[in-house]
Write a protein that binds this ligand. Sequence first.
Ligand SMILES: Cc1cc2nc3c(=O)[nH]c(=O)nc-3n(C[C@H](O)[C@H](O)[C@H](O)COP(=O)(O)OP(=O)(O)OC[C@H]3O[C@@H](n4cnc5c(N)ncnc54)[C@H](O)[C@@H]3O)c2cc1C
Length: 385
Amino acid sequence: MDKLIIVGAGLSGATLARLFADGGKDVTVVDKRATIGGNAYDYVDKNGIRVQPYGPHIFHTKEKEVFDFLSKFTEWNAYEHKVLANVKGKLVPVPFNLTSLYACFPKAKADRIKKILTEEIGVDKHVPILQLKQHENAEIREFAHFVYNNIFYKYTKKQWKMKPEDLGNAVMDRVPVYVSYEDRYFTDDYQFMPKNGFSEMITNMLRHPHIRLKLNTDAAGVLSFKDGKIYLEGKEFNGVVVYTGRVEEIFGYSFGALPYRTLKFKVKTFNRSSFQNAAVVNYTTSHRFTRITEFTKFTCGAKDKTVIVKEYPKKCKKSDMPYYPIPTEKNCAQYEKYAAEAAKYKNLYLLGRLANYKYINMDIAVLNAMKMFDKINEEYVFDEE
Ligand SMILES: Cc1cc2nc3c(=O)[nH]c(=O)nc-3n(C[C@H](O)[C@H](O)[C@H](O)COP(=O)(O)OP(=O)(O)OC[C@H]3O[C@@H](n4cnc5c(N)ncnc54)[C@H](O)[C@@H]3O)c2cc1C
């Protein structure tokens, strides 16, 4: 193994590995899965349709640096994501915007609400639902209650088994209410899908003479951690380990498993070119699943077949894939215990969604890896290779 070991070949690990490799360092990347890309992994099925088995992934970023970096490994297709909510059988855009307002209310009432929203909140403003619910104007509060009940409440309960209020702003602020006709789900400057998928992009990142990739390799089988020292196959290891797996694994779950939500995916192929009116339809007032994604709508173009996936959220058991950290105060305090243990190891770095116990989009995974590259270079002196 090399002086630099990265656990995890997801976007966090692949970005960091590539940065070090471009700088002339030898890097070993291990992943327990048989595939690269972590949860961004995708494949083309027998009908030529690209499927994302770990849930729909759409790339968007404000960060030019991230976009420029990834553009070295893929060409892009322009793609602006649009989502509809199925509200008691009626399809309305989400984030809830002025088009949604007119779809849900009679015109005179919608005119009145629009006038108050633009006067009190402002044109083209985005406002978190929990803030809207507290507004001093009673008519805005009444409107906010409607949106809360029909868009947020049941969806959040299904997804998190918690009420929106108990989840905290970090999660709820991700989908604000728009006082505008903006119907794109994201407003970032860069909104694209990799032309040949995320797997190809990440494979290109990892294809480098300085990178050794070991798939089907669980870190637990080769690395151990004790009293501030890292051991590689039983021998003390003085190189750097960057860990992007679950932080609890490093310390034998000594402070307990950190709670996650997971998803069960039901994928289905249909012999027709289209299943629904948008790439994603959220079911905000009905059904056990939260949303249906139709992969062929992600720039694939029309085909005679289409593939959809329904997402059923559930509590994450130890044998399940941990998808969404649940960022309550209690859980974050539990995470901090692990982070404090990790800090005792001068050559151990925690990176990514699982090791940092924080939901991050793909662009932030890349950005954080770039910051980690600078940090390791500042803190660690590599022997000349
Ligand atoms: C359902 C869902 C939908 C999402 N949609 C979007 C989206 O639309 N847009 C967006 O930008 N982001 C999206 N994301 C977020 C995106 O998946 C993350 O930003 C990204 O996966 C973070 O990359 P990562 O490398 O930190 O983690 P991961 O992708 O989880 O990669 C971690 C890797 O570490 C490996 N590993 C773990 N433990 C070990 C071990 N002990 N030994 C060896 N290997 C190990 C795993 O096998 C995995 O390959 C979504 C996430 C989910 C869950």
